[in-house]
Ligand binder design. Sequence first.
Ligand SMILES: [Zn+2]
Length: 628
Amino acid sequence: MKRIFLLLVAVAFFISACSNTEHPEGLEEQTVIEDVHSYAYIHEVKTLHLDLDLEVDFNNNTIYGIASHTISDHTTDKMIFDINGLEIIKVTLDSGVETDFKIGKNDELLGQPLEVTIKPNTKQVNIQYKTTDQSGSLDWLPPSLTSSKKYPFLYTQGQAILTRTWIPVQDSPLNRITYSATIKVPSELLAVMSADQLSPKNADGIYKFKMDQAIPCYLIALAVGDLEYVKLDSRSGIYAEPQLIEKCAYEFEDLPKMINIAEKIYGKYQWDQYDVVMLPYSFPFGGMENPRLTFANPTLIAGDKSLVSVIAHELAHSWSGNLVTNATWNDFWLNEGFTVYFENRIMEELEGKEIANILAIIEFQDLVESLALIEDSENPEDANLKLDLEGRDPDDGMTDVAYIKGAYFLRTLEHTVGRKKFDEFLKGYFAAHAFQTLTTEKFVSYLEEHLLNPNKIEFNTKEWIYQPGLPENCIKISSPRLEAMEAFAHIADQGGDLSKDNAFRKLKLSDHITQEWQTFIRGLNKNVSHSQLAFIDQQLGLSTQANDILKSDWFKLCARVNYTPAFPEMKKYLTKVGRRWLVEGIYAELAESKDPKRLEFAREVYENAKTNYHTVTARSVAQHLGLK
Ligand SMILES: [Zn+2]
C-alpha cells in the first residue's frame, strides 16, 4: 500500500529577468491531495472518460468485456488502476496494440494495483477483464430472492471502494470522469445505470448509456432485472419489479414536488433526469445516490409515505456528494452531513416544521447511541467529523457521526447566522464547487472567508470538526408529539401497566407515524416486563404488522431484554431484510447480551440469512458475531 496523505508540493517557477523584485521568491504552493484508499497516481495520469462494453452472464454470475479509458496528457510511462477480485485478460493501447501489465501484491482491503505500460502519446487504455466470485460490489440474486420469483437480479454497490471489484478504475473520489456503456443482458431483463438511458426495452437485450457530467467512480452503478418504469413527471419516475411498481408509485408520488423544493433552496438540479430504482431486500442501504438513478431499498415502502425522507436524502445528494464531492473518505461528512441537513430542509418544506423536527430528533437519538459506542470503541477518534481512516476500510467511517453530527453542525451554524445568510452561503458553496471535490480544510477556509468573517461571527468550527463528542452549543430541538410517546414508554418502564391506561388502550399502529412509534419503543428499556411487551405486541402488532423500520427497533428491544416470543418473527425478518442499518443493531444486541443462547441463535440465523446479504452487510454482521 502506498503511503499517501495531504501533500504540499512546492512548485518552483523560473523568475524572468524582468520579474517584480518585491516578490523575489518565485514560489507558489500547489496542493496535491492523495487518497489513502487508492493505488492510482491521478496527478500523473488520469482517466478522463471511461467506455464500458460488457456482457452480464447470469449463468456463471460474471460480467466480462472491455473497459476503455481515455486518458489525460502525461509524461509517465505507466498508469495504475485499482482492481480487486478481477481477472485481467489483456490490455491494449489506442487502436489495439497489446501492452504489458503487472498486477501487484494483494491487500485484503484495497485489492491490487494494476500497472499498465503506456507511451507518451497514448490516448486510450483498453482493459479486457472479467469479474469473479470475489467481486464484492456485485449482488447476484437468484429468482427466489426477488419479488417476481421468476427472474434473477443483479445490482452493483460501488461506494466506498467497491467499484474496483467490477471495473478496473482509478478508484478514488478525487477522480471525476465521464462514462458511456453498452451492456448486454438476457433478453427478458432490463439494464439501468447511473447515466442517460439511450435504449428502450428491447428483445436484443443490448442497452446503451452515457453520463456526460463528470462523476467520481463510486457513483458508476448498474442494475439488471425484471424492471418496469412508471413516469411521475417529465423528469422523474420509478423502476421496480412489476409486483412492486404500483406501491412504489404511490409511496414516492411526491418526488417531483421534492425536486422543485430542493431547486428553490440550493439552485438548479444539474443532472436532467431523476429516477429511482427499487432493488430487492438484500440491498445493504436505504438508498444510494447514484446520479440520475437513486438505488432504493423496498423497506422504504411503508404504505403511509412516512419513510420518504430517505428519498429526500438521496435527492439532496444531487448537490452534496454528487455535485460537490468529498475529496477522500476522511472527508465523508462533507457528503453526508450536508445531505442530512438538506434532506431535513426538503422535508420541512414538504411536511412542515413539526415533522421535520420529529425526524431531526430521531436522528439525534441515533447519534447519542452511536457516540456512546464509538467512545468505548478501539477508535474513539471516529467521533470527530474529520476522520483518519488510513489502513482501515472506509466503511468504518460511515457512522452517524458523518451523517448526523455533520448535520447538527450545520443546523447550529444556521441557527447562529440566521437562515437567510446560511442559505445564501450554501447556494454560493454549491455553485463555486460544482463538479469538484473538496477537503474538510478547504471547506473550513471557505466557511471563514464567505460566512464567518464577513459577518464577524465567532464559531467553534474546529471543536466541531476536530474534537469528539458534541459541543455545548449544539442546537436543541423538541417535539410535544414525541414527548407524549415518551410518557407512554415511561409508564411501562416504571412498572406501570399500559393495558390499564385508557389513552394507550385506544391506540392503533396507524394512529401515529413511524418516528413516533420509534420514540415509544426506544423509551422502553431493560426494566420493561415481558407481560407488558406481550400486551404491547398484541395491541399494536409490532412483530407482524409494523413496517420494516419499526420492526428493526422492536426486535432490537426484544433481543436486548430476551423477549423470546418475538424471536420466530425476528428470524423471519433477519432472513428477509438485508439493509445493514436495520439488521446490524439486532445482531449486535443479541451478541452483546453475553448470553450464549442468544449468540447461538444469532449465529444460526446469520448462517441461514447470509445468502441474502450483500458483502457490505455480511461483513458488518460477522464482525458483531465474532465470526471474522
Ligand atoms: Zn447519504
